[in-house]
Design a binder for this molecule. Structure first.
Ligand code: IPD
Ligand code: CA
Length: 267
């Protein structure tokens, strides 16, 4: 994809993210229709509606590019290019009226040799994360600096673990919860604070902005990390992930790079 198309793709992703964000904002305090729920997860009718809206916006700009989203696929998601979309990241927060949730959209290209931000032999070439409740929009294009609302951002420069704020996610199953809790327990004694905020893509954007020093989760899905992982890298941080069993599931650690090797990997 050449530079011109890259710019067009970024504009399309921003436009789609803002449209979905508007729908989220309008519905935060409304009663939500739950399509499906488990002990640690909720799926809303609005998740699907937001994804459909994003799909329409992206397809209007790039009719041939497939989409792989949390709420399903459109086109051939194994094609050379694909959008990777989480229409609402932080659905449980959103359901409870907690204004900490976002839209995450990445564009990936098939790249057998890719090293960083590597997911399924695809490389993320651009990423957008939008928090409609704070009106914050993070963008990154591979090879360029990450930006928040247009301003260049950088990860934190904290090196002392005792001064860091590390965020963690427990994913959605009893298994990932049990696997992560001992690390949570140990780490919370070594860092200033551990935060569990419930929206992984936003946590990655916070790492990129220097608000968090790291984010750790096992059992996370591709659509939660594709855009945010690139944003962390473009902000000078380190993003590591490894596939685990399950549908597009990963174990991941993102950080400012300086504390990376002292962080646990829950697996
Ligand atoms: C979830 C959230 C949560 C994280 C889970 C994700 P969803 O995404 O990001 O913080 O721990 O792994 O799946 O279901 O709200 O889109
Ligand atoms: Ca979601």
């Amino acid at each position: 994809m050449d530079r011109l198309n890259q710019r067009k793709a970024l504009a399309a992703a921003v436009n789609a993210a803002r449209a979905a964000g508007k729908l989220m904002r309008a519905n935060l305090r409304e009663t939500k229709v739950v399509n499906f729920s488990t002990q640690h997860d909720i799926k809303l009718e609005l998740d699907v509606r937001c994804q459909k809206l994003i799909e329409r916006k992206l397809a209007a700009a790039f009719p041939k590019i497939a989409l792989l989203g949390e709420e399903g696929e459109a086109g051939d998601a194994d094609a050379d290019f694909r959008w990777v979309v989480d229409p609402i990241d932080g659905t449980v927060n959103f359901t409870y009226g907690i204004p900490h949730a976002c839209v995450s959209i990445a564009l990936q290209a098939r790249s057998p040799k890719s090293r960083s931000a590597r997911v399924d032999r695809y490389e993320t070439i651009l990423g957008v994360v939008h928090d409609p409740f704070t009106d914050e929009l993070w963008t990154a294009v591979r090879g360029q600096p990450a930006r928040l609302n247009g301003r260049v951002i950088h990860v934190s420069r904290r090196q002392k673990l005792a001064e860091t704020v590390v965020s963690m996610g427990f994913a959605k199953t009893r298994e990932t919860l049990e696997m992560t809790l001992p690390h949570f327990n140990r780490l919370s004694r070594r860092v200033r604070k551990v935060r569990v905020m419930g929206a992984a893509a936003l946590a990655l954007a916070y790492v990129a902005t220097g608000r968090f020093d790291a984010y750790i989760e096992s059992g996370i899905s591709l659509w939660d990390i594709a855009a945010g992982g690139l944003i962390v890298e473009c902000a000078g941080g380190k993003f590591w992930c490894e596939p685990i069993s399950g549908h597009h599931r990963y174990c991941m650690v993102a950080s400012n790079g300086l504390i990376h090797r002292r962080l646990p990997i829950p697996r």
